[in-house]
Write a protein that binds this ligand. Sequence first.
Ligand SMILES: Cc1cc2nc3c(=O)[nH]c(=O)nc-3n(C[C@H](O)[C@H](O)[C@H](O)COP(=O)(O)O)c2cc1C
Length: 168
Amino acid sequence: MEFYDVVKKRRSVRAFKNDPICEKSLARIAQSLQDAPSACNIQPWKFQIVFNQELRNKIYSCYTRPWLKEAPAIIVALADMDKCWKRLDGRPIADMDIGIAMEHVVLAAAAENLGTCWICAYNVEEMDRSLEIRQPWTVLAISPLGYAASAPAPINRKPITEIFEVIN
Ligand SMILES: Cc1cc2nc3c(=O)[nH]c(=O)nc-3n(C[C@H](O)[C@H](O)[C@H](O)COP(=O)(O)O)c2cc1C
């Protein structure tokens, strides 16, 4: 699929079929993750694609929207807060690194006709505890992964003139 078509097609999906996920698609998504940039190329991430029902139940207990249960898999994006590069003021850059990597995964999934939805609105400590993730690792984002059961409703975007400026 052409890049701009993928970008246009990607939307947050919150309704899923229970169809099995194509393994070749998973391999290409993994490749897209490997190609993601990171500060100093540290790649302070690990992405888990969770099919295991017991683990999925633990994730649901931290983010209880029913639509999350529909997806056959959940992506868990983990960051290494120690190893990641630190800004000059000492703040870890992990949010940005994992954000980029996650978007590689999300766009690759869209190219594979797989739906995703960024999820960050959970208690991070509770999620880490529930999944037995130990410091310096932490779960910075999760997403369902599966084939969309319905198309998301049209969405409004800010006008380009408001968000993009060319300054000569
Ligand atoms: C960093 C980030 C965190 C998000 N967290 C959540 C979330 O916790 N729950 C949710 O339903 N959607 C979440 N979203 C999805 C946004 O609501 C969605 O991207 C936005 O409404 C635009 O819609 P679109 O993704 O279909 O273009 C998140 C998106 C981003 C980028």
